[in-house]
Design a binder for this molecule. Structure first.
Ligand code: HPA
Length: 280
């Protein structure tokens, strides 16, 4: 943490108060969806939309990645009030994981109880073919510098939080049911976090496979750890945008990742919409 815990909490409060002010007398959403690669069209389905650039929110970092826009959308989707994060923060941009997860704590302060994380990932399991979707059931986060390092923020959660169900099992079942109902080919599996920005080497992928990873990516885990710390329920879906390094003859590239994320976009948006509509 580059600021003191007191400063960090005061920044969270400032951001939350600013967002509360923007919402005014309307209902504050209880759901936050992160629009990972390919999911930005979901914002077009949102009604009564207010869009707030991250740059306007005091304390908010600004995302620097192509395809990650950097704005908070507040609106109604499928009759539910939602926050949508169009753009997230990654450790490879040079942010500490406390900064990458700042928005999760802001959402917690605003009373959000459900976090929906989406991402692009490389497929390790032979079952996974781009551009299919995988519901994350668990993660391997050894390479993630824990966002909880430093003095514990007691008002959010305990010092040594349990991680036995970071991804809510009811949400996993609900996502699976909704995908099946909608005829979307779906998988479930374990997501391994690597910091990036370089893609993994084939040897790293073989090692991750031995550890039980089904897919690999550069986001989601820090946010899911903080959400679990705050007592939020997390649902997460990966769009498998490529075969992980060494699993086919081609080289990995960001344009390929973006192209497959776009190809999966319809299914990803439909699944998240169906999931949101069936939340209580
Ligand atoms: N590795 C890490 N992150 C990724 C990948 C990958 O293969 N594909 C999309 N994001």
């Amino acid at each position: 943490m580059t600021v003191t815990p007191r400063e960090y909490i005061s920044q969270i409060d400032k951001s939350a108060n600013y967002i509360r002010g923007i919402i005014g007398s309307a209902e504050i959403p209880g759901i936050c969806t992160v629009l990972g690669s390919g999911l930005s069209p979901l914002a077009d389905h949102c009604e009564d939309k207010i869009t707030v650039p991250y740059a306007d929110i005091p304390g908010f970092p600004i995302s620097t990645v192509e395809g990650h826009e950097g704005k908070l959308i507040i609106g109604t989707l499928e009759g539910k009030r939602v926050f949508m994060m169009s753009g997230r923060f990654h450790a490879y941009e040079g942010y500490g994981t406390d900064v990458c997860t700042f928005y999760v704590r802001v959402m917690s302060k605003l009373g959000v109880k459900t976090l929906i994380l989406t991402n692009a990932a490389g497929g390790i399991s032979p079952e996974l073919k781009p551009p299919e979707l995988m519901i994350i059931t668990d993660h391997i986060g050894f390479f993630c510098i824990s966002p909880l390092i430093g003095p514990n923020l007691d008002e959010f959660g305990v010092r040594f939080p349990d991680q036995s169900e970071v991804y809510d099992s009811e949400y996993v079942s609900l996502l699976e049911d909704k995908a099946r109902e909608a005829g979307i080919r779906i998988h479930k599996g374990v997501y391994a976090y690597c910091k990036g920005p370089q893609y993994e080497t084939p040897a790293e992928i073989r090692a991750l496979k031995l550890w039980g990873a089904d897919a690999v990516g550069m986001s989601t885990v820090p946010e899911a750890i903080v959400a679990a710390h705050c007592g939020m329920r997390t649902a997460a879906v990966s769009c498998i945008t490529n075969f992980a390094a060494g699993l086919n003859s081609g080289k990995l590239s960001h344009p390929e990742v973006m192209m497959n994320a776009a190809r999966a976009s319809d299914d990803s948006c439909r699944l998240v919409k169906l999931f949101i509509s069936s939340l209580n």
